[in-house]
Write a protein that binds this ligand. Sequence first.
Ligand SMILES: [Fe+2]
Ligand SMILES: [Fe+2]
Length: 478
Amino acid sequence: MKKLKSYHFIILLLILVSIQILFFNLIVRNDLRVSGGAFTSFLNNLFDYDNFVVAKLDNKFNDFQLNQNFSDILKEGPNDYIQGIYYPGKTLKYVKKVSDGYLLYEIPEDLVKTPKNTDKIYLIVVGEEVVFSNNNLLIGNNPSKIKLFSVISETKHGFKVVVGYTIGSIVLYDFLISLPLVLLFAFFYYFTFYYYSSKYKKITNSISNLVESLEKTNELINKKRIVEYYNCEINSPELKLLQKELQKMVHNFSDILEKQKIISKEYEKTLEELEITHEILLNRNIQLISALAEAVEIKDSVTGNHSKKVVELSLEIAKILGINDEDEIETIKYGAILHDIGKIGIPEAILNKPSKLTPEEFEIMKKHTIFGEKIIKSIPGWDLVADIVRHHHENYDGSGYPDGLLGEEISLRTQVVSIADVFTALTEDRPYRKALSVDEALKIIKGMVGTKFSKRIFEAFLKALDRHLNAVDKNELL
Ligand SMILES: [Fe+2]
Ligand SMILES: [Fe+2]
């Protein structure tokens, strides 16, 4: 909607005042017409009476009885009547032509009834002269020089009757009649432009304060993590209520956050406790399984911590291969400890047979990989450890067991444990042979590159072995 401006109101006021003045003046004119009509018909009747004849004049306006000549004040007129002059004698004089002269009429002023004490002006005009008026000052004047808002009518005897108001009076009336409308408009203007615009300004200021307040509240939350409403000055009562509600909302939000913090802390504590419990349980599991592995070693008549040695060498190889992931290292570590755990299910006679196993016995022996996987899989999250246990006898050329995996189908972690296991086993005593020297073992393993092991794992193994043996030597010297 187009905005109303002050001058629109002034134009509208001018139009309305003009219409009002126009109507008022029409009414006044109508009233003057009625008054003029009444006065004219009254004069018509009055001039018909012969009772007002006071003298007989000759053709030259001589009154023989009074011996007075009226020619200087009475002149022959255009009709039966002669123009009359109102005298200080308080009578309205006029003459009527008869056959041998004129009859002089005099009407007492009291009979020419016009309202007294009014602004309405009554004039009787003959020719260019006012011969009678309720305002004595106007008698004798030229009517065209008297500024009046008037209505003119004519008597049947040739007199003009003028009824009107002075221009000053009519302007005053017009002003007085317009005053209420102007005052009403001034009042209306105050409410629309002053009152509402000042109210609008107040609301606009309050809204911008409120926005600033919300921005600062938001800044407090974002930067300082403080949930607190930033109060601002507000002039509008409605917006004050809104601010109060916002304060409440932020306060409630702060309460909820506090409660959430407490819950979160409790949750973190519970989680920590759970992690500790999980760690304890895991360690117990590992202890239990390690004890099992140890039992297997005893059963297998393997001396000198076979598993422990496999672990150390495996971790060294993993390091050379650049395996840094903690979980991966842990997997390799447990895979190495437990790789032969399945031997618990193999008869002792086979495990400790001092001579070569028959093919049937070897088939049974192979099952230790499957038994081992079954045991380890019972531990949740240890699937990758179980993978090492199942596949530590797989060969790179696919000739291994139990699944005959080929090349990189065997996971790198399993390859690591596998080569460490073979080397450790070769350098240990067995029921059917004595321990080989490092060089002899290396020679055998080198011969296995391409069949049992990949070249990559063999090279990593060599570097790791070098470091491992140095470390062992140093420990022995210490
Ligand atoms: Fe094995
Ligand atoms: Fe082994």
